[in-house]
Write a protein that binds this ligand. Structure first.
Ligand code: GLV
Length: 322
């Protein structure tokens, strides 16, 4: 069995595959850049499994190049918008992702961003490093409390729910959420309130955190119109996918005081960041690292490997996408 790995991932997963006696070919050249389409085409040819990352656009052409041997595309990510899943289904190629193992880590990063933007951590750090701290001041860099405020969760999946849990249990926040359908058990446990329409949720929140997958229906969910529905004192947090936010509109909203701040881990045109955003003080930008802890990346590698092993041994992989 041959496995092609588009980019070097933690050894924990590679070891599992090698222990099975598989030939594991890793595209080592792509350690600090996305894999090139030609590299993936070359590697997938004759492969039984493709271990992909979120920077790889897995097209029908790549799938055809892998056939007839290719049985599974195992994505090293919970999101799988980089894969043409419909085409894979038609070609009888399985697709898996790595849910669950990164929930805590992404929820922690989401909270880190929320606390950091509210308490002006990055701004304060820049200020201090620039030698601008001359004296303690009663009104120096005033921020906003998170505790007791209202958090709007857009998308109550695993990560959204965990963020809500931290918000309620850790910070006594009130949680409102929107999703395709309500989750009554969650509401009972956390006192959360379902708001059917995004337009009705936004004006009520002090913080809005996005946790939806990237679909046609979620592209530019936050745009000029919806940003204007937020309170001028509110903050937007995005650890889901970049194109869910119209970055140009976000830059205008932040510069014009439509909202108070934003903290985002994902970008509309990743890895390019809309230049206007980089000029602003009231935004925190992290480079798509919400799941990037050693523990979690190891677990993601192991889970991707497990999905491949199960598929190649004729069992049902635990994380097939629907
Ligand atoms: C990261 O963005 C992931 O989808 O795992």
């Amino acid at each position: 069995m041959k496995i092609f790995v588009t980019r070097p991932i933690p050894e924990a997963g590679i070891k599992m595959l090698r222990n099975k006696g598989y030939e594991v070919v890793i595209n080592e050249a792509a350690s600090d850049r996305p894999a090139a389409n030609e590299e993936i085409l070359g590697g997938v040819s004759g492969a039984d499994a493709l271990l992909s990352t979120l920077t790889d656009k897995i097209s029908p052409e790549i799938m055809d190049t892998g056939l007839p041997s290719l049985k599974i595309i195992a994505n090293f990510a919970v999101g799988f918008d980089n894969i043409d899943a419909e085409a894979a289904k038609q070609k009888n190629i399985l697709v898996s992702n790595t849910p669950g193992v990164l929930t805590n880590t992404v929820a922690e990063h989401t909270f880190a961003l929320m606390l950091a933007i509210a308490h002006r951590i990055s701004e304060g750090d820049r200020f201090s490093r620039a030698g601008l701290y001359k004296a303690w001041g009663p009104q120096l860099l005033l921020g906003t409390d998170v505790s007791g405020k209202t958090l709007g969760i857009v998308g109550l999946g695993r990560i959204g729910s965990r963020v809500a849990e931290h918000a309620v249990r850790g910070f006594g926040m009130k949680v409102l959420y929107t999703d395709v359908k309500p989750t009554p058990e969650f509401e009972k446990e956390f006192g959360a309130v379902f708001v059917e329409k995004l337009e009705d949720l936004l004006p009520q929140c002090d913080f809005v955190s996005l946790h939806v997958p990237l679909l046609d229906s979620t592209h530019h969910l936050m745009n000029e119109t919806t940003l204007k529905l937020m309170k001028p004192t509110a903050y937007l947090i995005n650890t889901s996918r970049g194109p869910i936010v119209d970055e140009k509109a976000l830059a205008v909203a932040l510069a014009g005081g439509v909202i108070r701040g934003a903290a985002i881990d994902v970008f509309e045109f990743e890895p390019v960041i809309t230049p206007e955003l980089k000029q602003l003080e009231n935004i925190i930008l992290t480079p798509h690292i919400a799941s990037a802890t050693e523990e979690t990346r190891n677990k993601m590698a192991e889970l991707a490997a497990l999905n491949i092993i199960e598929a190649l041994e004729g069992r049902i992989p635990p994380n097939l996408i629907k």
